[in-house]
Design a protein around this ligand. Sequence first.
Ligand code: GLN
Length: 490
Amino acid sequence: MTSPALHHLSVADLSRRLRTRELSALELTQHLLARIGRHAELGAFLATDEAVSLTQAAAADARLARGEAHALTGIPLAHKDVFVTRDFPTTAGSKMLAGYRSPFDASVVTRLAEAGMVCLGKLNCDEFAMGSATETSAFATAHNPWDPTRIPGGSSGGSAIAVAAGLAPCATGTDTGGSIRQPSSFCNLTGIKPTYGRASRHGMIAYGSSLDQAGPMARSAEDCALLLTAMCGPDPDRDSTSLDVPAEDFTRMLAGSIEGLRIGVPKEFFGDGLSADVRAAVEAALAELQKLGARLIPITLPRTELSIPVFYIIAPAEASSNLARFDGVRYGHRAAEYSDLLDMFKQSRAEGFGDEVKRRIMTGTYVLSHGYYDAYYLQAQKIRRMIADDFQHAFTQCDVIAGPVAPAVARRIGETANDPLADYLADIFTLPASLSGLPALSAPAGFGEGGMPVGLQLIGNYLQENRLLNVAHRLQQATDFHLRVPGEFQ
Ligand code: GLN
């Protein structure tokens, strides 16, 4: 294999080159900004600012020259547009926030900036992270670099496009019900959602607060480990749900042997709904892990199917409350014409929010209303606990759980336009880990129909990110799927 172009080098590779001064952060940033400009048609970015990025790159070069560099100093990245940033506008993919500029940075943004990373801009996503295709973005149609007629996945679709097309070596994403794992799977990337509470939610525009987690999307498990190490850690003053566990070095266990590791394979993840091409790729990846010494253990996660109704009650319920703040008074869109205060709220929200967001607010308000609260919301909370208990039972039999990320490869743009439920159903394999707050990762497992990428999902017990990254890294040492890049974007 010929060595990859500058824009397809891994974070780990770039880090070495930056520290030996073989490459400067400024050169690298200029190269990527030029590519971002040339590939605007992909719909990856919602905002860039050359002057800001180049200033950050020059500061990183100065730090590298002083020999005070962190492993990530000078590495460019871009943020999903649900992280608020001072230096770039933040929209969450919604007209409601068009032109909004935050007076502060999200904690995750601050941490990565403190490591010396260079921000290339803000990335397209589904409106308020609600969606599985980046089709609910109010601003730009997002195209999968592996086949531009198809979706990149969502809601962190812009993040996936940017890395897959070589516009950025890595990106942040957020995952409420699969939004890091599913686009990673659809675009041949590695992406990890850590244990709920590992990464601060401060400054991450809230969707479902009991589910939302930030995480990295990159080319390899090694790159994700480097990024996750910098992203995570307690933030007690700003996020009360941030876990009180010390920051950890997630690169520590990457190379460890997986001899004797027990990999649980849930039968519910391999039922009739799984397409044959995805099944074949996932099974081949599992066979590869067996060759590396892992043991496959059949397990059951009996309430897998229930995770769909449970998620689509709880997430909208929380969203309806979180989105109440967009009232046209404090920030965001305000209607130009209205008769009184109530009418101002109504008109501003009617104009600012898109259809999917309105659908979620209506569902959420309904399930929380008097008389329905017990019938829907409370029941959903009970089943949520049972889903989490099923995982704890499974983890008495195995060390990690493996299966597909999504039932099929990325579909065509517009295919489910008249059927929002179709996309909800396709979240079936990512929702259980989200509802349980467990860490979960997607790693390239091969290719399926139309030459489209397929991801392998690995789910671990609480705080076991190290183990997931270890398994994915070993797989990536034995296979080269993660090194393939889409033809047009070499
Ligand atoms: N697809 C799910 C939804 O639309 C999850 C999205 C996410 O993880 N942000 O709500």
